[in-house]
Design a protein around this ligand. Structure first.
Ligand code: ADP
Ligand code: ZN
Length: 596
């Protein structure tokens, strides 16, 4: 066993490294710089934590969010590692205590907010300190291309200038090349090796459904597949967040709202309950999530379409960080797309940036509309080649496309007949021959296309419209939402091109989970419940989230391999020396009492 493997096993209780962790640790522990691009949940933290334990001195970790720092420090402390954090709210006594710990060479990791780190006094202190390495977490914050730009991150170039001999490792989950170049530039890492991991999240299943009654669909999804599990539901507006949270509560679920309009107290209370309790659903705008390090989120539901694939990937990626099966569920409608386009147009950004945003939105719609493997498309977007995954909705239940040319021709010519000046609802009324007030007002019952689409329902026509928009035959006018023909519509109307559509009658909400869920026997269930109770008690005694005490995976392992004595615990996932020392005896007793 290498020294790094020894630490992984003894301190963290994990049997082996994942992906490129071993190589990265080797590089940094050897005194070299590194740039690490790894998706959320892949295990970036160990890449600097283990080198920090292998080298002498204290490791300085730059992190942008207080919540994130505190979480990490708690998790390290429970594993018997000496760590602390400093940010603007840290008291001066606490800072003195930390400084003493560092001077006595007892502290192994110090988390620091970037604005703190670049203060002259702090730098001066660092110069008198034995430093093992610098880790710059969430390194994409240096880049204006990203969505979390922090000007103070750019000042971190100081580290390269002033501490030439100390290795620097920068880590991020943002993959695009522009951001990567900015990180290399500002942190002076152009010469350093770059470690890029696959962005595939194999334990996340993707399910996409077309919206007809979003609320009901959501409730059905949770009830049929996710009862009693932790989850996050994302919506586009604050009002909708409130509405959906109330709706879920009325239906017997524990749902908490979270958005920037709530007062600080409510927000932190809800966030706390989510991280510490079990079976909680947070309904949120995108304001919620960054800095939430909860590994056992079992589902992320999008009740509205995200603005880009990057957003979708980041948000859905908050599910299943512990590697156990999780679901990303997305419910989308054409109205979401129209609303988001409007937002982009109204935003105060320059024309090029708006163009980029519109393109990103269209890629997102294409992801929703695709009949091919969702994962393959997602990875392709991040420049990664892959085979169909076999466990997204389209792989499990491939949509049988049909020749929809005639339907599409009917729709396109109706759009043309009404002068490309009317929104979807009215166009469909004309197609279906409805006697509406507007039809009369504009004399549209006289049109040759009036009533030529009676066999299709309103809902089915909406699906045709959406597919035509996604395929680029129709455009929606930003100003008045009127449907308009595009250049490519011509070939379809002239019978020069066939159009294949996804089926119109299809409800994709499945009732069973496609991944193998661990099915517990009655005996296992008993022990499982006892362990969860024990964990809850311990967590509240120590005032830390339950997963910091023991991860779900650890409990599962204990139930499946109940230990007969403390030595057996060395083979349990996630148990290092410190946890075994603190909890080992109790756990063995509990298992002995309930496992038989
Ligand atoms: P990231 O920062 O990349 O989002 P984390 O570093 O928080 O991810 O790791 C996610 C989870 O995976 C944590 O619970 C961590 O302890 C666990 N983990 C990391 N590396 C390993 C490994 N080699 N074996 C088992 N679990 C690991
Ligand atoms: Zn697939």
């Amino acid at each position: 066993m290498t020294h790094a493997e020894q630490i992984l096993h003894d301190v963290f209780g994990y049997p082996e490294f994942r992906g490129q962790q071993a190589e990265i640790i080797d590089t940094v522990a050897g005194g070299n710089n590194a740039l690490v691009l790894m998706p959320t949940g892949a295990g970036k933290s160990l890449c600097y934590q283990i080198p920090a334990l292998m080298r002498t001195g204290v490791a300085i970790v730059v992190s942008p969010l207080v919540a994130l720092m505190q979480d990490q420090v708690t998790a390290l402390t429970v594993n018997g590692i000496s760590a602390a954090c400093v940010y603007s709210g840290t008291s001066s006594e606490e800072i003195r205590r930390i400084a003493d710990e560092i001077m006595a060479e007892r502290l192994q990791l110090l988390y620091v907010a970037p604005e703190r780190l670049v203060m002259p006094r702090f730098l001066q202190f660092l110069h008198q300190t034995n430093i093992s390495l610098f880790a710059i977490d969430e390194a994409h914050c240096v880049s204006q291309w990203g969505h979390d730009f922090r000007p103070e991150y750019q000042q971190l170039s100081i580290l390269a200038d002033q501490f030439t001999d100390i290795p620097r490792i920068a880590l991020t989950a943002t993959a695009d090349t522009a951001t990567r170049h900015d990180i290399q530039h500002y942190l002076n890492l152009t010469e350093a090796p770059v470690f890029i991991s696959s962005f595939n999240r194999p334990n996340i299943d993707y399910q996409v459904v077309e919206k007809n009654n979003g609320k009901k669909q959501l409730l059905q999804f949770i009830r049929s597949q996710m009862n009693g599990q932790n989850g996050i539901v994302y919506c586009l507006s604050r009002k909708r967040v409130e509405d959906i949270a109330a709706f879920l509560c009325e239906n017997g679920l524990t749902a908490l709202p979270y958005h920037a309009g709530l007062d600080w107290h409510t927000r932190s209370l809800n966030q706390r309950r989510f991280t510490q309790e079990d079976g909680i659903i947070v309904v949120a705008t995108v304001a919620f999530g960054m800095g939430i390090d909860k590994p056992d989120v079992r589902f992320v539901a999008h009740l509205d379409m995200p603005a880009s694939i990057e957003h979708f990937y980041q948000e859905s990626g908050r599910a299943g960080r512990d590697g156990l099966p999780a679901i990303s569920w997305l419910c989308y409608g054409l109205n979401d797309w129209v609303l988001l386009r409007e937002r982009i147009q109204l935003a105060e950004r320059d024309a090029t940036q708006k163009q980029i945003d519109l393109q990103k939105l269209d890629s997102m719609l294409a992801f929703c509309e695709t009949a091919a493997c969702r994962r393959q498309l997602l990875l392709h977007y991040f420049c990664e080649d892959s085979q169909p995954c076999g466990h997204c909705d389209n792989c499990i239940d491939p949509p049988q496309k049909f020749d929809g040319t005639i339907l599409v021709q009917k729709l396109l010519s109706c759009v043309y007949r009404v002068g490309q000046r009317f929104a979807t609802g009215h166009v469909i009324d004309v197609l279906r021959g409805r006697d509406s007030e507007w039809v009369h007002r504009f004399g549209h019952q006289q049109l040759s296309t009036f009533g030529i689409g009676r066999e299709q329902t309103m809902k089915e026509w909406r699906m045709v419209v959406r597919q035509c928009v996604a395929a680029g035959y129709l455009n929606v006018d930003i100003a008045n939402q009127a449907l308009q023909l595009t250049e490519s519509a011509r070939a379809v109307l002239k019978n020069q091109q066939q159009v294949w559509l996804r089926p119109l009658k299809h409800d994709k909400t499945r009732t069973s989970h496609s991944n193998d869920i661990w099915l517990r026997t009655e005996r296992e269930e008993r022990l499982w419940q006892q362990l969860r109770e024990w964990r809850k008690k311990r967590a509240s005694q120590n005032n830390v989230p339950a997963y910091i005490i023991f991860a779900d995976r650890t409990l599962q392992d204990l139930v499946q391999h109940p230990p007969a004595n403390v030595a057996d615990l060395n083979h349990i996932y996630g148990l290092g020396e410190s946890k075994i020392k603190n909890f080992g005896q109790e756990i063995v007793e509990l298992c002995q009492q309930w496992a038989n």
